[in-house]
Design a protein around this ligand. Structure first.
Ligand code: MSP
Length: 518
């Protein structure tokens, strides 16, 4: 269904950890989606941020001898720096310690309490601090949390509970019918079978303030603080300025897509959606659950010392290389492995050999054959029809692939055009026409090459904004890339005859793999 507005969210990341490439993966994907939807002329809103309350953060701040707020300020800043380095352009960076967010959380809890969705009771269960979640026996492996390898604590406390169980049937039907869509399909089925097998039980939404002081006090009983997940979910509303900013809320709500990995799917698919139902607020249109990745075959962890810092990575290779690599390496919905070796191989083959080379061959030919000025195409021949057709096919498949977040396929399609254009240069051999003095054919071939590059540059822009901008400058196009529109500006023939090409720096110099990996 076509919507004029597009709203994408990432999870709010815990500040007990510094940003790593796992967080970067989700955030880059959100940025690519946003840039694409902007090119399609939609109003977009991209929300990310940090999750700053709860036991984990309280304990971490204590360990570092800092006040929790001071600690959160420091780490939240690190996330912002990482996103700047990766050229992430969010519309809002929400922090759950923001006073407006905290006030809204209190308002919501009061309303849920007044409407009878929250009651006082006792909760007894196993709790994993690492996950900040209660665990079912079936979730554990050898009595331990499979993600944190720790034994969960037995918690039994007086608390306030949310009537999650009362939403079970509605929720099941909504998910089953795709009215609330969970993608990919396997993830949807996972949630459905969880509901079928385990059922939904009422969930504790508060903690004893004496134990967890770093949280938002319940408005109706200040001896309790709000369970960090309830607080965190509401960022998706408060990040839009809700409840004060009615215009922004009306314009963008509900989220077009909420991105996350499988680690936090279940809480999102049960508690968050049920809170929205209890509040009478429209549900998100879709969750997309992307893959989880390991590094050199192992789970990223501080103790293994294999946590990859996105800032160091982007400083070494450039933001666009990381963005390209992460989204082209494996399908967005499946797990995968990250390795520097693969990154460098991909860099050399796709970026240096294919993309960079296309430009580096073309610009000098333009100088030599056409005095650096885009020539008028004079002769339509069969080969350029083929190129045109491929360009058109890539453009035509774009909307469908973006809708299913098939970033890898989108890039593969664009690269088909990149490779075809390189091949076109070989086949059309403009140097021969130059030698013969066949101006008509030479102008047509050179125009075709440049036009193909122009179209490629718009298509790669969401993934590699900096590179596209640099190529745009080398092509001498003065319009801004952001003002381009899909599909209007990616049709054949948009490049203006007479544009003056400007030689620039090589974009992707080859990496010597032997030297680097020695
Ligand atoms: N604070 C909660 C989310 C609350 S949202 C209302 C949280 N934070 S987190 O810092 O642990 O972030 C988890 C998310 O980070 C994952 O769902 C995913 O988006 C991203 N990733 C973290 N590590 C990752 C990988 N190794 N691979 C892929 N994504 C990863 O949970």
């Amino acid at each position: 269904m076509y919507r004029k507005s597009f709203y994408v969210t990432t999870p709010v990341y815990y500040v007990n950890d510094v940003p790593h490439i796992g967080h970067s993966y989700t955030t880059i994907a959100a940025d690519v989606l946003t840039r694409y939807h902007k090119l399609c002329g939609q109003d977009t809103f991209f929300l990310t941020g940090t999750d700053e309350h709860g036991t984990k953060i309280q304990q971490m701040a204590e360990k570092k001898n800092k006040s929790p707020k001071e600690f959160c300020d420091e780490v939240a800043e690190k996330f912002k720096v990482a996103w700047r380095n990766l050229n992430i352009k969010y519309d809002n960076f929400i922090r759950t310690t923001n006073p407006r967010h905290e006030d809204a959380v209190k308002e919501v809890l009061q309303k849920l309490y007044d409407d009878g969705y929250i009651y006082k009771g006792k909760y007894e269960a196993l709790y994993c601090v690492g996950c900040e979640q209660f665990k079912m026996k079936g979730d554990l492996v050898g009595g331990r949390c499979p993600d944190h390898k720790t034994e969960p604590e037995k918690r039994s406390e007086e608390c306030y509970l949310f009537k999650l169980s009362s939403f079970q049937d509605r929720l099941y039907k909504l998910i089953k019918s795709d009215k609330f869509k969970i993608m990919p399909k396997e993830r949807k089925n996972e949630v459905l079978s969880f509901i079928e097998n385990e059922g939904l039980q009422d969930v504790s939404i508060s903690r004893d303030k004496a134990k967890v002081y770093w949280g938002i006090p319940l408005p109706f009983d200040t001896s309790h603080t709000t369970y960090v997940w309830v607080d965190a979910f509401l960022n998706y509303l408060t990040g839009l300025g809700w409840p004060q900013d009615k215009n922004n809320f009306e314009k963008f709500w509900p989220p077009t897509v909420q991105l996350m990995a499988k680690d936090i799917l279940r809480v999102h698919a049960t508690i968050w959606v049920s809170i929205l139902m209890a509040l009478g607020i429209e549900l998100p249109q879709m969750y997309f659950i992307h893959g989880y990745f390991t590094v050199n075959g192992q789970k990223m962890s501080k103790s293994l010392g294999n946590v990859i810092d996105p800032v160091a990575l982007s400083e070494k290779y450039g933001a666009d290389v990381i963005r390209y690599f992460m989204l082209s390496e494996f399908p967005f919905g499946t797990d995968g492995d990250f390795s520097i070796k693969r990154l460098e191989e991909t860099y050399n083959s796709d970026l240096a050999n294919d993309f960079g080379n296309l430009l580096h061959r073309t610009i000098p030919m333009m100088d030599k054959y056409c005095d650096g000025v885009v020539p008028e195409p004079k002769k339509e021949d069969l080969i350029d029809e083929d190129l045109k057709k491929i360009a058109q096919a890539v453009v035509d498949s774009l909307a469908g692939l973006y809708e299913e977040l098939k970033f890898r396929d989108i890039l593969a399609d664009i690269w088909r055009l990149v490779r075809r254009t390189n091949k076109y240069i070989d086949e059309a051999a403009p140097w021969a026409f130059f030698k013969e003095g066949n101006d008509e054919r030479l102008s047509t071939v050179m125009y075709n090459i440049l036009e193909s590059i122009r179209i490629i540059t718009i298509l790669t822009y969401p993934f590699m904004p900096e590179t596209s901008q640099k190529i745009w400058e080398q092509l001498g196009i003065t319009e801004s890339l952001v003002s381009q529109r899909i599909p209007e500006d990616v049709g054949w023939g948009g490049l203006k005859v007479g544009t003056k090409i400007k030689k620039g720096e090589p974009l992707f110099p080859r990496i010597d793999l032997n030297k680097n990996n020695a």
